[in-house]
Design a protein around this ligand. Sequence first.
Ligand SMILES: Cc1cc2nc3c(=O)[nH]c(=O)nc-3n(C[C@H](O)[C@H](O)[C@H](O)COP(=O)(O)O)c2cc1C
Length: 197
Amino acid sequence: MRKGYCHEHCRNSRKPSEGEQRSHYRAFPCRRRAPRAKTRTFVLNDLSYRGCQACYACKNSADACVINDDLAPVLDAVRDADVVVLATPVYFGDITAQLKTFFDRSFSFFTPDYRISNTPSRLAPGKKLVFVQTQGQPDGSFFDDIYPRYDRFLKRFGFGETHLIRGVGLSAPDDAARNDKLLEETDLTAARVLSGE
Ligand SMILES: Cc1cc2nc3c(=O)[nH]c(=O)nc-3n(C[C@H](O)[C@H](O)[C@H](O)COP(=O)(O)O)c2cc1C
């Protein structure tokens, strides 16, 4: 693995003040690292970016999204990455608005003939993806529809291997860090991704 990156990954351990978004992702400390892996982390909540404007420039005149804002380097990094990690809490039964807007802008990864093409993606095939989803609801049968819905699109983008890590019943910021089963599952997933199993 040469490069990978996370969305909404915050290493900040200070207590957030009112009005600041606290980090759910710091609860998943990376205990396993690939030697020589170059990683980039983007905290979507810290970026300023617009939703897809449906201008279709990425289908008519350009091979990438033409909106030049803070999300542009994130989309570029996904093109470069071998492994992508997306992380989100469940808000109102779905991913956060910040991550949904990233998905909308990733429309630019589709080729102009994506509707009929067998190779609809501009991304190199075979990238790996890990999707980290946390929720307050302890019953995992709630919100188990979220990942499959987005995974369908990720597969169309050419991600060959996708993994889901779900944290349920998480409320306090350190709930995940104190959940040994969840940390083991995270380590196991990291090992599988890095070893290519
Ligand atoms: C605006 C908002 C909406 C939420 N909606 C849900 C929900 O629909 N279902 C659920 O299980 N938890 C919900 N939660 C709880 C979070 O998913 C949960 O605490 C998560 O593990 C940590 O999120 P955090 O990064 O906001 O701390 C919600 C929290 C917030 C702040």
